[in-house]
Design a binder for this molecule. Structure first.
Ligand code: NAP
Length: 488
C-alpha cells in the first residue's frame, strides 16, 4: 500500500455530491415522525434549508412549542398525508406502533435514521425491519451517522457525510438531494444490505486506532518498566537511595521519546518489509500477509501517536527545570563546587553535546508536526500525489534520521561507559536504536541503483519469470520479435 492510501477517506464509497442527477429540492414538504431530540434538530435544519416541514406526533399540542414556528406539528396520520418523504425519528422498538399508519404511508419514502445500542444488535438491520413492517413503502437508510447536534450546527462543524443506502435508486436520489440541500455530503453506500454496516458505524469506538493504541501502550509499558529498573530500583538496591520521586516526570520523560522514536520507525518498517517481499518474489501482484496488510493500513495512526509522544516529551523536557528536585540538585552542585574550591566546571564537550541534542530534537519535532498536519484529510486532499509522497515518505524518512541523530547525541559515549550498565542492562537509548537503524540501513540498501531499478520495474508491473514479448533490432538494422524470460 502506498503512502497515498493513508489519505483515502475511510469510506471508499461513491460520493453523490455534484451528481448531475441530483436536482435542488428546497421548497418541498418533508415529514418527520417523532418529536424527540433528533426530530427537533432535523426539523430546524430542514426549515433553515428552505423545506416545508410537517411533524407527526402522538401529542402535537404538547410538542408544538418545541419546534420552530415555520414547522407544522400535527397528528402522525395528518402529517404523513401531506408529504411523500417521511423521516422516521423514532426508536426501532416503537416501529410497530406506527403500523396503524400503513395505509396512509403506502407508496411513500420512509427514511430510517435509527441507531442501535450494540453492534449487530439484531439479526436484521433496523431499516430492513422497517421495510418488512411497511412493504408498500420504499425505505432508505440515512442520516443515522449525523448527530442531533450536528444537524443543529448545520454541517459547519462535525461530520458532513450522510451515508445512504436503499434498494430503490430513485428514492435514494431523492434523499441524497435533501441531504445536499441541507449542506451535507451524501455518500451512496449501495443497496439495503449495507444498512447493517451503516448502523454499526456510530457504535464503533476508534476502529482504526485500536491496534496503534495497544502498540503504543505496550511499548510504553516495556520501556517504562526498563527505565524504572534502571533509574529507581537499581539505586535503591545498590545504594539504598530512595529515587521514587523520579517516577512521575523523569521516568515518564525517558520513556516517551523511546516510544515516539520506535513508533516512528514502525511507520516505515512495513514499507521496508513490503519492498523485501516484492524483491524476493519479483512481483507486486503477490498479496502481502494479513498482518503486514493491517500494519500498512495503520501507519497514519502509528505516526500520529509517535508525534503525540514526541510532543509530550518536549513539554515534559521544558518542565524539567521547574522541579524542586532539580533546584536542590543545582544548589547541591554549587555548594560542592564551593567546598572543593572549583571555579570553573565548564565542560566544552558536554556543552556542545547538549546544544546539538536540543537543536536536532527541535528539528525532529518540527518535521513530525508537519507529517501530522499533512496527514489530516482536509490538508492531504489539497496536496497532489507528488507533494503528499514527498512529505510523508521523504520528509518522514528525514525525520527518522534526525530523530536518530537526536538519540545518538543524547547517548554520546554512554554506551561505552560500564557505569551505565545497571544490572548489566544497557542504556535504554541503545535498545531504541535497533529498529530505526535497521529501517535506515534498509532504505540506504534500497537506494542502491541496481536495487532501486529492480524495485521500480517491479512496481511498474514487471514480474520475475514471466515471459514477455520483446522487440530487438537485428544486425541488418531490421527489427525481429521473439519471447524471452523477463528476468534474464
Ligand atoms: P427521543 O428523543 O426519545 O424521541 C423519540 C420520539 O419517538 C419521541 O419523542 C416520540 O415522539 C416518538 N415516538 C413514536 N412512537 C413512540 C412510542 N411508542 N413510544 C415512545 N416514543 C414514541 O429519541 P431521539 O434521540 O430523537 O432519537 C430518535 C431516533 O433517531 C432513534 O431511532 C435514534 O436512534 C435516531 N438518532 C438519534 C440521534 C441523536 O443524536 N439523538 C442521532 C442519530 C440517530 P411523540 O411523543 O411526539 O410521538
Amino acid at each position: 500500500m502506498s503512502g497515498r492510501d493513508m489519505a483515502k477517506p475511510l469510506l471508499g464509497h461513491r460520493s453523490m455530491e455534484g451528481d448531475p442527477s441530483i436536482t435542488p429540492a428546497a421548497g418541498r414538504t418533508i415529514g418527520v415522525l417523532g418529536s424527540g431530540d433528533f426530530a427537533r434538530s432535523l426539523a430546524i435544519r430542514l426549515v433553515c434549508s428552505g423545506f416545508k416541514v410537517v411533524v407527526g406526533s402522538r401529542n402535537p399540542k404538547r410538542k408544538a412549542g418545541l419546534f420552530p414556528s415555520a414547522a407544522e406539528v400535527t397528528f402522525q396520520a395528518e402529517a404523513v398525508k401531506k408529504t411523500d418523504v417521511i423521516f422516521v425519528a423514532v426508536f426501532r422498538e416503537h416501529y410497530s406502533t406506527l403500523c396503524d399508519l400503513a395505509d396512509v404511508l403506502a407508496g411513500k419514502i420512509l427514511v430510517d435514521v435509527s441507531n442501535n445500542t450494540e453492534i449487530n444488535h439484531h439479526k436484521e438491520s433496523n431499516a430492513e425491519y422497517l421495510a418488512s413492517l411497511f412493504p408498500a413503502c420504499t425505505v432508505v437508510k440515512g442520516f443515522n451517522v449525523i448527530s442531533a447536534w450536528t444537524l443543529q450546527s448545520g454541517a459547519r462543524d462535525g461530520n458532513k457525510q450522510v451515508l445512504i443506502c436503499s434498494n430503490n435508486q430513485e428514492a435514494k436520489r431523492t434523499v441524497a438531494e435533501i441531504a445536499q440541500v441541507m449542506g451535507f455530503t451524501p455518500v451512496d453506500m449501495g443497496c439495503m444490505s449495507s444498512a447493517c454496516e451503516i448502523e454499526n458505524i456510530p457504535l464503533r469506538l476508534l476502529p482504526a486506532w485500536k491496534i496503534p493504541i495497544f502498540l503504543a501502550l505496550g511499548l510504553f509499558l516495556c520501556f517504562f518498566t526498563y527505565n524504572l529498573i534502571r533509574q529507581v530500583i537499581h539505586p535503591y538496591i545498590r545504594e539504598q537511595k530512595n529515587k521514587l520521586y523520579k517516577i512521575p516526570i523523569e521516568v515518564v520523560n525517558t520513556t516517551l521519546p523511546c516510544v515516539a522514536y520506535v513508533m516512528l520507525s514502525l511507520v516505515y518498517l512495513p514499507g521496508v518489509l513490503a519492498a523485501c517481499s516484492q524483491l524476493y518474489y519479483g512481483t507486486k501482484y503477490r498479496r502481502f500477509p494479513d498482518w503486514l496488510d493491517q500494519w500498512l493500513q495503520h501507519r497514519k495512526q502509528i505516526g500520529l501517536l509517535s508525534f503525540f509522544c514526541a510532543a509530550l516529551h518536549a513539554v515534559y523536557s521544558l518542565c524539567l527545570p521547574m522541579r524542586r528536585s532539580h533546584r536542590y540538585q543545582l544548589i547541591e552542585t554549587a555548594v560542592k563546587q564551593a567546598v572543593e574550591k572549583k571555579m570553573n566546571i565548564w565542560v566544552e564537550e558536554e556543552v556542545w553535546r547538549m546544544e546539538i541534542y536540543i537543536s536536532v530534537g527541535i528539528i525532529a519535532l518540527g518535521l513530525l508536526s508537519l507529517l501530522a498536519i499533512t496527514s489530516l484529510p482536509s490538508i492531504a486532499n489539497s496536496l497532489n500525489w507528488r507533494e503528499f509522497s514527498f512529505i510523508q515518505s521523504t520528509l518522514g524518512f528525514v525525520a527518522l534520521v534526525v530523530s536518530t541523530l537526536h538519540t545518538l547525541t543524547y547517548g554520546w559515549s554512554r554506551a561505552f561507559d560500564e557505569n551505565q550498565y545497571k544490572f548489566y542492562l544497557p542504556p535504554t537509548y541503545t535498545l531504541t536504536l535497533l529498529v530505526p537503524c535497521t529501517v535506515i540501513l534498509a532504505k540506504v540498501f534500497f537506494s542502491l541503483p541496481c536495487i532501486q531499478q529492480r524495485l521500480l520495474r517491479i512496481r511498474r508491473g514487471w514480474e520475475k519469470g514471466r515471459y514477455v514479448k520483446f522487440v530487438l533490432p537485428s544486425t541488418t538494422g531490421e527489427y525481429s520479435s521473439g519471447e524471452t524470460s523477463s528476468n534474464v
